[in-house]
Write a protein that binds this ligand. Structure first.
Ligand code: GLY
Length: 324
């Protein structure tokens, strides 16, 4: 009998069996390969390197919280990644503004939005969680807090991102593009050897957004949610649509009701379509979820959303199933 089945009550077992019989073989295989802890999963191709960093902590018996922060910092610090941290594409005024959040197994949360000049907003979010009586700091206040806590003020707009922005200025088309350059936000969730879940999410947001625009990524419940009894979820894509359905909280609640991570992600994607059917055809939104027992799954609107999984056996990329 597998670890998952031993740990599962008869009622849950019957639900899982029924769910598994409705899933295609590939989904069953991915679920069955992830029954062990620790495990870390994250969005898009850059999730693979992020997972490698997180795995160093998880495989040494470290905390999921430390692992997700370490993982999220990888694309944040990479100037070639144009959707997160350093090198992120700017807003329409040419300013790089970053959003990030973090959540631990006890329900502690920290978040920053519209933060400028700091390469690692996820670490500022963690400091908000650990050092303030608040859960979210934005804009100038978030920057002041970061500087007061030892973060360095840096120029985030790289030559390449500036060039892309100047190119955009020629037409100034304000249209979210699905799978822009095959990646977007990094959302990362992990289950550590102690069986605790944590998550983090970080992005430079929609390219060429209006000044002050904040997406789903720093909004707990929208871009990230962790419930240590049930599971964790994170999202990527057009944040406005994720916020509208409080997407990641929804995914976790659907898992609580007995749905597998993949089923829960699919149901959240379907909710987005129901709320805004015409818009949903033209945009990308993807959800990625991990259950308390280490089962994982993802679902998205459009083909092209990839996610990375690192457990004791492997660090692999998967294509999420899509509606369209
Ligand atoms: N999901 C990232 C954003 O909409 O900003």
């Amino acid at each position: 009998m597998s670890y998952l089945l031993m740990k599962t009550s008869r009622r849950q077992f019957l639900k899982l069996t029924a769910a598994a019989s409705a899933l295609p073989f590939a989904s069953m295989a991915s679920s069955a390969s992830a029954v062990n802890k620790p495990i870390v999963i994250s969005t898009w191709n850059f999730g693979k390197q992020a997972n490698e960093e997180a795995w160093k902590i998880l495989s040494a018996g470290g905390k999921a919280l430390d692992a997700v922060e370490a993982g999220a910092r990888v694309p944040e610090g990479d100037p070639k990644e144009t959707s997160v941290g350093l090198g992120g594409l700017p807003d329409r005024d040419g300013r790089v503004t970053l959003d990030a959040c973090i959540m631990d197994e006890q329900g502690n949360i920290g978040s920053v939005a519209c933060l400028e000049h700091i390469v690692h907003p996820v670490s500022v979010a963690r400091k908000v969680m650990e050092k303030t009586p608040h859960v979210m700091l934005v804009g100038e206040g978030a920057l002041q807090f970061a500087l007061a806590n030892g973060f360095k003020k840096e120029k985030l707009l790289t030559k390449e991102s500036e060039k892309a922005w100047k190119e955009w200025l020629k037409e100034k088309k304000y249209k979210p593009v699905a799978n822009i350059e095959n990646h977007d936000t990094i959302g990362i969730v992990a289950l550590d050897a102690q069986g605790n879940l944590s998550g983090a999410c970080t992005t430079s947001g929609m390219a060429y957004k209006m000044r002050g625009r904040v997406g789903d990524s720093p909004i707990i419940g929208a871009g990230l949610y962790v419930d240590n009894e049930v599971g964790a979820a994170t999202s990527t894509g057009v944040g406005e649509e994720v916020i509208r359905i409080v997407g990641c909280h929804l995914v976790v609640e659907l898992m609580r009701q007995g749905n597998s991570p993949e089923q829960a992600c699919k149901m959240a994607v379907e909710r987005i379509i129901r709320k805004n059917p015409d818009k949903a055809k033209a945009i990308q939104v993807g959800f990625l979820a991990l259950s308390k027992s280490g089962e994982y799954g993802a679902y998205c609107l459009q083909k092209g959303f990839t996610y990375a999984v690192h457990d004791s056996a492997t660090n692999k990329l998967f294509d999420a199933s899509s509606i369209y």
